[in-house]
Design a protein around this ligand. Structure first.
Ligand SMILES: C[S@@+](CC[C@H](N)C(=O)[O-])C[C@H]1O[C@@H](n2cnc3c(N)ncnc32)[C@H](O)[C@@H]1O
Length: 220
């Protein structure tokens, strides 16, 4: 897609997304700042698939906005495998200004972590970036009221990563695509959990899974 068409699509989809999510002027300014910074860095490092840049608002930002609306309570989040900040940085943008709010972003890729740090600094967000492997971040996970992860791993693999560390009462929020039913079936063979499945607006058949009370089944 050429530059003019990219700009037109971004403008059109920004208006669409903002019409679907009532956010404050300050939040809109921070979302715009995030998009500008991401596009600036994207010219140097591959933060998101280049084909999805014209659809940044609908493919990437809106997932975080939707998650923030579903999970209004928690102030202390951990986002695993944050990549370019989805959904973790968007959640931090929504939480900016709330007393006690904090989002830990875990991203093992040094270049992406550098981008996340730059964005957090420029946008004055309540964020810590951990350029580490999730497997080494048990203490951070243990402090979370809510954990998010998008496009990181299958549901059983996500459960294995988080379960040993989750504090009692912590809630996991995992956006999932159309193949979520198979992942839920696989996870159910080894784990007991309470789940609410929220329909996602991002793509037909996609969902946001809200998971509580995760425990390993005996003998699994
Ligand atoms: C497919 S990307 C998804 C990024 C983002 N969550 C999104 O939805 O756009 C997965 C990200 O997780 C990071 N990652 C994968 N395994 C990881 C691990 N064990 N510890 C920390 N980061 C990891 C990768 O570097 C990559 O940036």
């Amino acid at each position: 897609m050429g530059r003019a068409a990219t700009e037109a699509k971004l403008t059109e989809e920004r208006a669409l997304v903002l019409s679907r999510h009532g956010v404050s002027r300050e939040t809109v300014d921070r979302l715009d700042g995030f998009v500008a910074l991401l596009r600036q860095w994207q010219a140097k490092i591959n933060l998101v698939s280049p084909a999805t840049v014209p659809e940044l608002w609908t493919r990437h930002l809106e997932d975080g906005l939707q998650l923030g609306e579903l999970a209004r309570g928690p102030s202390r989040w951990v986002d695993l495998g944050s990549g370019a900040g989805f959904p973790g940085l968007v959640l931090a943008i929504l939480l900016a200004g709330r007393e006690g709010a904090h989002v830990d972003l875990v991203e093992s890729n040094d270049k992406k972590a550098a981008f996340l740090r730059a964005a957090a600094r420029e946008l004055a967000l309540p964020v810590s970036v951990h350029a580490e492997r999730i497997e080494d971040c048990g203490t951070i996970l243990g402090q979370a009221e809510a954990v998010s992860a998008r496009a990181l791993a299958s549901l059983p693999d996500l459960f294995a990563l988080v379960a040993p560390h989750l504090a009692p009462g912590a809630v996991c929020w995992f956006p999932k695509g159309r193949s979520h039913e198979g992942e839920i079936a696989d996870a159910s063979a080894h784990w007991r959990f309470d789940m609410v499945k929220h329909a996602s607006h991002i793509e037909d058949g996609s969902v946001v899974l809200e998971i509580r009370n995760l425990t390993a089944l005996a003998g699994a």
